[in-house]
Write a protein that binds this ligand. Structure first.
Ligand code: UD1
Ligand code: CA
Length: 481
């Protein structure tokens, strides 16, 4: 038995497992100025999906992303996950990426390698890879899949037909016609015995078409060193799909969103024509909520139960209580809507909009950074920005809070039970006291005391007989005014 084997997990304690995520590549085939692993599927970056699966298997402190191309942007995009980063300044191949990470990974017993551009990998499959590796005492375990069309992938060459042992991974470019017929492909995910890996990694050579150090060559190198190289087949071949082209990205996105819809439906949500809806992976929706066709629900949105989201609404990063009706064509971003509220059609709720229980926000109403109290209504053609609005308030059609003086934003306060007549402008900072009335078409610039009536408009003038008199004066004109 070679020397390095004996040091493997000597005390029968649980192996210390690190996960390395390869994320340094440029993604040339995407023809993009953005780093490949930051391209989004299911509403979040490719890399974020992989990190999310990885951190369900090991703590974030044991996850290492190898970054290189646009490293700062990549690091920033996922910094809040708490994982570690290893910088691979020059991308000289997947084997080179692990050489760079040697210092960080060497203290572990097992190193699992994942690809930052294969976002469908599940925590269960990572565990399967980890456990198969440990139970077979392998030096390298390759996660493989049987694909209908293996084109473009590295092929798995087993020692003999049904042997668990793998002789080599052959890249498509280097494969013989017979080898190309193999439908078992290399997913690019592996588990390695850390000691054995780093004892042999320097045997990799870059003497190949791309001048790269291919991690795949470890299979043959370890085999020659009489180390055990095995494979474990992913139960769902979709999980290993990578994303080298735009078309593949879109396929992955579709796959993720369909899976999301199926999961929501299994949990009691009705989604009509799910193929027309765009629901991000992190969205939560309660049972008995109905989502109509052509709806987008994005980011960290949470929707309660018994809601109805009617067609053509786009809801991002918002929290919606139970029993809320969202009529067609609403746009919500960073809004918080309490239970039984009614929105739309065509309401635009911008960040910081807090809509109280049972409140109504109607046609062509825009809100931003406001609190609309319980049971209050703003039903038509209104702009409410930077406003504190109490309970039971009626905001008439065409009301505008003038919150911006050209330099700064100011707050409008409308207390409980106030009635604002239609077409009023409220010039902030201004306060309308509890129970007060504002006459229609008023321009309110001064505070209104509770229970009073404020009218801020010119008196109506009626000049009787004026039209007739005018006609008499200008006989040649048909229009008197
Ligand atoms: C690789 C495998 C192939 C496998 C396929 C599965 C090799 C040589 N081939 O091919 O057997 O079937 O994945 O999708 O590994 N990366 C770095 N640093 C580098 C080079 C790459 O971090 O120096 C990262 C890339 O960002 C990417 C991943 O490694 O996330 C894979 O690289 P890529 O060039 O896409 O490999 P494939 O050609 O897809
Ligand atoms: Ca790839």
């Amino acid at each position: 038995m070679p020397k390095e084997k004996s040091s493997r997990n000597p005390s029968h304690r649980a192996p210390r497992v690190a996960i390395a995520i390869m994320a340094a590549g440029k993604g040339t085939r995407l023809k993009s100025k953005h780093p490949k692993v930051l391209h989004e599927v299911g509403g979040k970056p490719l890399l974020a999906h992989v990190i999310s699966a990885a951190t369900k298997v090991v703590p974030a402190k044991d996850v290492f992303a190898v970054i290189g191309h646009e490293a700062d942007r990549v690091r920033q995009a996922v910094a809040q996950t708490g994982i570690n980063f290893v910088l691979q300044k020059e991308q000289r191949g997947t084997g080179h990426a692990l050489m760079i990470a040697r210092e960080a990974l060497a203290p572990y017993d097992q190193v699992i390698v994942l690809y930052g551009d294969a976002p469908l990998i599940s925590p269960q499959t990572i565990e399967k890879l980890r456990d198969s590796h440990a139970s077979k005492h392998s030096a390298m375990t390759i996660l493989t899949a049987q694909l209908e069309d293996p084109t473009g992938y590295g092929r798995i060459i087993r020692k003999s037909k049904n042997s668990p042992a793998v002789r080599a991974i052959v890249e498509e470019k280097s494969a013989t016609p017979a080898q190309r017929k193999t439908r078992e492909i290399n997913s690019g995910s592996y588990a390695f015995d850390a000691k054995v890996l780093f004892a042999h990694i320097d045997e990799l050579s870059n003497d190949n078409a791309h001048g790269e150090f291919y991690l795949t060559d470890m299979a043959a190198i370890l085999g020659k060193a009489k180390q055990r190289v095995t494979a474990v087949v992913a139960s769902d071949p979709h999980e290993v799909l990578g994303s080298n082209t735009r078309a593949e990205l879109v396929d992955l996105d579709h796959h993720l969103r369909m899976a999301k819809c199926r999961q929501l439906m299994a949990d009691g949500v009705t989604i009509f024509y799910p193929e027309t809806c765009v629901i991000d992976c992190d969205v939560e929706i309660g049972a008995d909520t109905v989502v109509e066709p052509f709806v987008q629900i994005l980011g960290k949105t949470r929707i309660g139960s018994d809601c109805r989201v009617r067609s053509y609404s786009v809801i991002s990063n918002s929290t919606i209580g139970d029993g809320v009706l969202i009529r067609p064509g609403c746009v919500l971003d960073g809004a918080n809507v309490m239970k039984d509220a009614v929105l739309g059609p065509y309401s635009h709720l911008r960040p910081g909009s807090e809509i109280g229980e049972g409140a109504h926000v109607g046609n062509f109403v825009e809100t931003k950074k406001i609190r609309l109290g319980k049971g209050s209504k703003a039903n038509h053609l209104t702009y409410l920005g930077d406003a504190e609005i109490g309970e039971g308030v009626n905001i008439g059609a065409g009301t505008i809070t003038c919150n911006y003086d050209g330099e700064r934003k100011h707050t409008t306060v409308i207390e409980d039970g106030v009635f604002i007549g239609s077409d009023s402008t409220l010039v902030a900072p201004v306060k309308v006291g509890k129970g007060a009335y504002v006459g229609a078409a008023s321009c309110i610039t001064d505070d209104v005391a509770p229970d009073s009536l404020a009218i801020g408009r010119a008196h109506q003038i009626v000049k009787e007989g004026w039209v007739k008199a005018k006609r008499g004066a200008g006989r040649n004109r048909s229009n008197p005014i």
